[in-house]
Design a protein around this ligand. Structure first.
Ligand SMILES: Cc1cc2nc3c(=O)[nH]c(=O)nc-3n(C[C@H](O)[C@H](O)[C@H](O)COP(=O)(O)OP(=O)(O)OC[C@H]3O[C@@H](n4cnc5c(N)ncnc54)[C@H](O)[C@@H]3O)c2cc1C
Length: 394
């Protein structure tokens, strides 16, 4: 079948051959065949990346047929439990089976439609002062390499490969299985207020540090911020769940939201300490130059981590996201925002729009060269590189 499109329809491959794999053996055969023909293979998850990571004119491999929770290992205690899952499993489909096994993901993003392999491949994150991205939960990976062989990596087995491939951009091969750190299942209670930005600004640091999760959406046309905080609770779950900002239920029921309006998005990770100054400059753009933009800015925090290409690599991070509905040209607005983010040492979200070159990315990511060196060990001929990734190679 030819043709592929992402969630928003803005990232497309009209000429790609789309292959739907139904088993790991099927993946191995498809990849080996493509490599033999000198064709590129890009894996598609749920297509929720705005940046054209997936498009190629060669083969797009859809692994949504290889899904499910394999098992949960609590042999080292429930606090050190791990779960083995198939790469094509959506985060939505993981919530209930993990819960039934008494465990949960420690955190997750705004929505749960992404596949777990796709989400970890770009460093997808939620919000939380002490909480890392989904990539930080990866304890092991099983990857089909360019020859169709299965490779496993973990902290104890090809550890350098594991360090790099936890956030792999689909460039190491097809992640068919992941081992994830999980935590005992927990309930969350959400609170929310709507306030002016001037009232909110002096409170942000306190909110961020005193709640398990804190975030806000600032709307440029009203100058109001919708502020959400979420904490662990012993209260019983309340059904029906209620609106965003008022839910009390299990983690996987409270954290994901409904985001139906098709848009494109740019997000940069900036050092936490200077993030509000950066946000002030973005707000200034919206009140002086881009007065037609209605979509809000989202502000979240992510803990520092050691994942090589993570936007939060070795620094406490705030992420600032700007959005534009797909019917508008996002370039002038995003270009202006990116100039501000660059001045604050911002690192782009891998799944969202940016115009960083390979040199820019190398300057932003201290382990850039090491990441490429590890990648090349499993795909020396470049089967898993499309034009976008090749262009970044420095
Ligand atoms: C409405 C919306 C809300 C979002 N909310 C958030 C959020 O809260 N936080 C956040 O950080 N991001 C968010 N994102 C971005 C999104 O989480 C990332 O772009 C994520 O990577 C998408 O996952 P996916 O399964 O759709 O993967 P895709 O977009 O299909 O692919 C992403 C990358 O993963 C690779 N990949 C996919 N599957 C595999 C596999 N099995 N093996 C190897 N590589 C693979 C692809 O090749 C590609 O490089 C959001 C996006 C949208 C559209």
């Amino acid at each position: 079948m030819a043709g592929w499109s992402n969630w928003s329809g803005r990232s497309r491959s009209e000429r790609a051959t789309v292959r739907f794999a139904r088993s790991v053996d099927d993946v191995a055969a498809i990849v080996a065949e493509a490599t033999g023909q000198g064709r590129c293979v890009r894996v598609a998850g749920a297509g929720h990346s705005h940046f054209p990571l997936v498009p190629t004119d060669d083969v797009i491999l859809d692994v949504s047929g290889i899904t499910g929770l394999i098992d949960v290992d609590t042999s080292d205690g429930i606090d050190r439990a791990t779960a083995r899952v198939y790469g094509g499993t959506t985060i939505a489909a993981l919530g209930r089976p993990l819960h039934d096994a008494g465990v949960a993901l420690a955190n997750q993003g705004d929505i749960d439609r992404q596949t777990i392999a796709g989400a970890t491949a770009t460093g997808t994150h939620g919000t939380g002062w002490s909480l890392g991205s989904l990539s930080t939960a990866v304890r092991g990976l099983t990857i089909v390499d360019a020859t169709g062989q299965l490779i496993r990596c973990s902290p104890d087995d090809r550890s350098e490969l594991w360090r790099a491939a936890r956030l792999g951009l689909g460039a190491f091969g097809v992640v068919v299985e992941l081992e994830l750190a999980v935590v005992p299942a927990f309930r969350l209670a959400e609170s929310s207020i709507t306030t002016t930005y001037d009232e909110l600004r002096p409170e942000i640091d306190r909110l961020v540090r005193s709640h398990r999760h804190a975030e806000f959406f600032w709307s440029p046309r009203s100058d109001l911020a919708f502020v959400k905080t979420i904490d662990v609770t012993d209260e019983p779950a309340r059904y029906p769940l209620g609106d965003e900002g008022s839910r009390v239920a299990w983690n996987y029921e409270v954290l994901p939201n409904h985001r139906p309006r098709l848009h494109t998005e740019m997000e940069f990770a900036v050092p936490y300490e200077s993030s509000l100054d950066c946000l002030d400059e973005i707000r200034e753009l919206l009140t002086t130059e881009f007065t037609d933009v209605r979509m809000p800015i989202e502000y979240r925090t992510v803990a520092a981590d050691d994942v090589w290409l993570s936007p939060a690599y070795e620094r406490s991070t705030a992420t600032i996201s700007v959005h534009r509905l797909i019917e508008f040209d996002d370039r002038p607005y995003f270009d202006a925002c990116e100039r501000v983010f660059r001045r604050y040492g911002g690192r782009p979200h891998w799944g969202k729009m940016h115009s960083f070159t390979g040199d820019d990315l190398a300057a932003a990511h201290p382990r850039w060269d090491a990441w490429w060196a590890q990648r090349d060990t499993v795909d020396p001929t470049g089967t898993f590189l499309n034009d976008a990734l090749r262009a970044w190679r420095t």
